[in-house]
Design a protein around this ligand. Structure first.
Ligand code: BDR
Ligand code: CA
Length: 314
């Protein structure tokens, strides 16, 4: 059984990643910790609880509220224009029966320490909670089995700056702390997520073929994608499709054979005056800077990834 903690800002694509993990019988989600980004950390936690109750995994998963602020104490605007006012495309789901708990940072530390070398953290939002956990308990870096994070871009252009991606740039200081800490880390960024596409045909297939216990999930996914398709049409001229950012990170975390990984020392630009602010910098030189190498998932089997995602519900 693979033990994971999912740290996310539950927006439309985070929710899809959660639903995939919730349906994997060989995966135990030890906790979901929330962060700000697509919505507030509290809203993210509520959305995660809604996904748990929609998927009905058959075991209890605690959901903890995390930081509402960047590492240096700033409140940043939520991506409502992408994910809707409630983070999940303004789709209305029943209020969850369980409640979110405090506090994500302590929960991360406790669960990692109780399960040494066993926990994979799948981080789908800002890395704030993990940076704060490192401040309190730096030893966790060696107790985590793997950190797989969605964020950054190496060759593709950025989505919030010329070279910056939303999760890394959304709290650049936390990103730098976490990426340089020494985790066994795998990066899944825009180089592959932006071109891993969920299409109208995939959704129609899902609606038609979802197993009876997953019909409500299929309907929810279909409804939430209305907003996401619309945003991606306006922003990137995509027609009847959207990129799979967080779902691809989750798919690679749980199916590592999907991607080929190249290791490079990485850091993050934190100079607020720089046009490259929030850029994930991979040093590919022969004599690179002396920081922790990160595994960059620069190639992956995109069609296989989408098929794996859809087929878990069918
Ligand atoms: C990332 O930003 C968020 O909007 C998505 O959920 C994803 O984690 C993509 O840049
Ligand atoms: Ca996210």
């Amino acid at each position: 059984m693979k033990k994971i903690i999912i740290d996310c800002d539950t927006g439309i694509d985070d929710a899809l990643a959660l639903l995939y993990a919730l349906k994997r019988k060989d995966v135990r989600i030890m906790a979901i910790t929330s962060t700000f980004g697509n919505c507030s950390a509290l809203q993210s936690a509520i959305n995660s609880l809604k996904m748990i109750e929609l998927a009905n995994p058959g075991y209890f998963i605690p959901v903890y509220v995390g930081s509402e602020y960047t590492y240096d104490g700033k409140k940043t605007p939520y991506s409502t224009f992408v994910h809707g006012d409630n983070g999940i495309g303004d789709v209305l789901l029943p209020q969850p029966q369980n409640e979110p708990q405090q506090n994500a940072v302590d929960a991360l530390i406790d669960i990692i320490k109780e399960n040494p070398y066993e926990i994979t953290i799948v981080a789908l939002g800002r890395l704030t909670n993990i940076a704060l956990a490192l401040d309190k308990a730096p030893e966790i870096v060696h107790l985590v089995k793997q950190l797989v994070f969605m964020g950054g871009t190496i060759y593709h252009c950025g989505n919030v700056g010329p070279l910056s991606e939303a999760n890394i740039a959304g709290d650049a200081i936390s990103s730098k702390i976490v990426l340089e800490a020494g985790f066994n880390a795998i990066q899944v960024g825009l180089d592959i997520t932006q071109s891993t596409l969920l299409t109208r045909n995939d959704l129609d297939y899902l609606l038609k073929n979802a197993r009876s216990e997953n019909k409500a999930i299929a309907n929810y996914i279909n409804q939430s994608m209305v907003k996401y398709f619309q945003f991606n049409h306006e922003a990137s001229n995509m027609i009847d499709c959207c990129p799979l950012h967080d779902p691809l990170a989750m798919l690679i975390a749980l199916n590592p054979q999907l991607a080929s990984i190249s290791y490079y020392p990485c850091t993050v630009e934190t100079n607020p005056e720089s046009i490259c602010y929030g850029m994930l910098v991979a040093d590919t030189r022969e004599n690179p800077i002396q920081v922790n190498p990160i595994g960059l998932a620069l190639r992956c089997d995109k069609r296989k990834a989408v098929d794996l995602l859809i087929s878990i519900f069918c």
